[in-house]
Every structure is written in C-alpha cells, then in structure tokens.
Ligand binder design. Structure first.
Ligand SMILES: NC(=O)c1ccc[n+]([C@@H]2O[C@H](COP(=O)([O-])OP(=O)(O)OC[C@H]3O[C@@H](n4cnc5c(N)ncnc54)[C@H](OP(=O)(O)O)[C@@H]3O)[C@@H](O)[C@H]2O)c1
Length: 217
C-alpha cells in the first residue's frame, strides 16, 4: 500500500518548470491559491534537492485557510544548506538521504528537530519513501518537483494524478516538467495519461489540466 500521489506544477507553454537560470515564478495569484489549497488537502509534500536549494520554499499553507502538510525532502548527497526555510519549526519535516550524506549535516538537521532517514547506497527509492510515509498515516502526497524528482516517481508509476498549469510564457531552455532518461516513443512509458479536466484560470491567461495516470502493468 502507498499514498495517493498528486504531481503539481506550473509550466511555460514549452513545458519548462524553470528557466536555465532557475527562475520559476510562473503562477498567477489564483494559481498560487489553488496550489496552497491542494497542499492543505494532502498529508505530505515532497520536493527534490535542487528545488529546495533554488526556491527555498516554506512548503506551508499560507494563501488559503488550512493545515500544513508534513514536508519531505529527497536529497541523496544532502547537498542542501541546513538553513533552508523548510527546516523551520512550522511543520514536521523529514529528509531522505543516503550514506553519501556528511554526518555533521545529518546531526545539524536532527538538532533542529528534522527527522532524517539515511538509506544505504547512493539512491533513495521513491517507493520506499512512500511506504515509510504510509506507515506514518500519510494517505495523500503532493509531489512539487523539480523535473528530476518528478521523473523518479513518474517513471516508476508512483504518480496517480498530474495537475498542470500552463502559463503564457516561453523559456526556450531550462528544466522540463519531467526530466530523466526519457522515452523513445509514445509507446515506451510504463503508464498512460487520461485527461480528466480542463479549467481556464480566473486570470484568463492560464489553463489547468488534470490527468489521471494508469500504470500499464
Ligand atoms: N514551476 C514549478 O511548478 C516548479 C516546481 C518545482 C520546482 N521547480 C524548479 O525546478 C528546478 C529544479 O528541478 P531539478 O530537476 O533540477 O531538481 P529536483 O528534482 O528539485 O532535485 C534533483 C536533485 O534531488 C536529488 N534527488 C532527487 N531524487 C532523488 C532520489 N530518488 N535519490 C537521491 N537523490 C535524489 C538529486 O540529488 P543528487 O544528484 O545528488 O543525487 C538531484 O540532483 C528549480 O529551478 C525549481 O525552481 C519549478
């Protein structure tokens, strides 16, 4: 058993979630409120190391009323600074890392009240993360990127729903929504996508698409 997983992101029309310089503020205020409402509806939010470093998000619920989810960081080398905003005391925080992590950094985080899981090897299996969260009572998870982390979950069929906001910009370069080894043809992915809903944003310039994911096996 694992939690239900939403993947949410805002992209440019060329499918980028960030520019080459790391700029990623794409959402209008309505979209930010939608994101925070989704955060408030889940038990945990997951991000990857680069997103934590570049965006330094709090991952709390601020633009709507609601409770903060558990914050989860996946960082195999524990390269993030320990001063990140997601390590403040406003919500419980878990870090999944590996034996590549510097022991002094692990201690620093534990001293701040962060729960650190150290996995043997150099890779954090996303299925293991979901399993640990499930045993703690987490039933709904929001995956908030970035591209590499989205790939690690999606390519293993560990995403149930994608909530995608298309914004009226083009970067022409940068990080794509799903960034990994990739598939050669439309037949090669281990899942299929089914369009579930289309919504024009209140701003009139953004479109919110919802896709349900079906695993092929
Ligand atoms: N527009 C949006 O909605 C949105 C949302 C989120 C993020 N973003 C943007 O996305 C960009 C970052 O995306 P990204 O693809 O570069 O990075 P990312 O997915 O945030 O982080 C990737 C890093 O996390 C670690 N990691 C991820 N999964 C792992 C695993 N299973 N095991 C071990 N380590 C793992 C890896 O570290 P190691 O390489 O050390 O193993 C990897 O380098 C940022 O610029 C951010 O602003 C945009």
């Amino acid at each position: 058993m694992r939690p239900y997983v939403y993947l949410a992101a805002a992209t440019t029309i060329d499918g980028r979630i960030a520019s080459a310089s790391g700029f990623s503020r794409l959402s209008c205020p309505h979209d930010l409120r939608r994101l925070h409402a989704l955060r408030a509806s889940v038990d945990a939010v997951i991000i990857g190391a680069n997103t934590a470093i570049v965006d330094n998000p709090r991952l709390t619920v601020r633009y709507v009323e609601g409770r903060n989810p558990i914050r989860v960081l996946i960082d195999g080398a524990l390269k993030v600074p320990t001063t990140l905003r997601m390590f403040d005391s406003s919500a419980p925080t878990l870090v999944f890392t590996t034996t590549r992590a510097p022991p002094d950094k692990i201690k620093e985080l534990k001293d701040k009240g962060v729960e650190v899981h150290v996995i043997d090897g150099d890779f954090v299996d996303p299925a293991h993360v979901l399993q640990i969260l499930y045993t703690r009572g987490v039933r709904k998870v929001l995956l908030e990127g970035g591209g590499r982390t989205n790939w690690e979950f999606l390519s293993r069929c560990l995403v149930d729903e994608i909530v995608l906001t298309i914004t009226p910009y083009v970067f022409g370069n940068g990080v794509t929504l799903v960034d990994g080894k990739g598939y050669a043809t439309t037949e090669d992915a281990p899942f299929t996508l089914q369009l579930a809903s289309i919504k024009l944003c209140e701003c009139g310039q953004e479109v919110v698409l919802t896709y349900r994911i079906r695993c092929k096996h």
